[in-house]
Design a protein around this ligand. Sequence first.
Ligand code: P6P
Length: 349
Amino acid sequence: MTKAAESLELSINNGTDRSLDRDCTTLSRHVLQQLQSFSPSSQDLSALMNRIGLAGKLVARRLSRAGLMEGVLGFTGETNVQGESVKKMDVYANDVFISVFKQSGLVCRLASEEMEDVYYIPENCPIGRYTLLYDPIDGSSNTDTNLSLGSIFAIRQQEGDDLNHEALDLLAPGRKQIAAGYILYGPSTMLVYTIGKGVHSFVLDPSLGEFILCEENIQIPNHGSVYSVNEGNFWQWDESIREYVRYVHRTQGYSARYSGAMVSDIHRVLLQGGVFLYPGTLQQPEGKLRLLYESAPLAYVIEQAGGRATTGHMDILDVVAKKLHQRTPLIIGSKQDVAKVESFIQNGH
Ligand code: P6P
């Protein structure tokens, strides 16, 4: 074989090896690579993430056919614990996450935006020492208009026996999360996660039915042009937040982006930099977003990527919840941009 043919064969082989290896870097394998361990707890975490991936696949499949199927879109007519009208997709996605963890031996408890109380899977308790906290569909107002949506998840280790089913250990600060992330149902379905060793993204390859590694160790830029906030709430913000928005209105280099699904908006901020904020309002002084299964998981991801997440007065990951569905103001994104918002809050503009 000529030298040229040999080098061509080598490059093809290397290319093939590389693409094959990439196709084999699934979620479960990546977790074990991250932990560099095959211990029982590492295997647990790998299996947990694999189940999260299955939930994402099931929700993505349903969303992709929503317009063609009866009973997928629209409202159920019910109101959830948040006082919000429930979309049929909210209920479906909530049930998906429960189902994928049944008979798993992993997750004993689930806490969801859609369920007033913590849900127990008896056959998994007390063996399963993990708790899943999740928002099954984030941004469900986008369901019926075929716009991007998300699911948000956090995994915590159960502390204590919880014999009274009070689940008080779930109120611990977000720094107790052992894994967190989101699934973004967009032009492609993407899963972004962290187990405290950086932030990594995976894209669902429909031809494989697997989430395949896309980007490792994502670092959020220290600054970005995007500010993401619902300016329709201007009339009911504190003056300090109004002053911040007036600042970006009169300063060159800022762009407003707001989709109605914070997973989508925060994913943009993760990759391009900037800040997403949902401050307290007259109607919801504590903010709209929930601490334990929305803000804390996203804060873990953004902090792991080198960004920040604050209430405006303290780090989201340090907040001790008083109740399961506690809400919080949220300012999250690039360090410089979060600091800019804080400067208006702390200077009491
Ligand atoms: P508003 C979706 O319901 C959500 O929790 C976030 O995903 C989103 O950013 C926000 O609420 C939208 O709320 O009040 O701006 O419509």
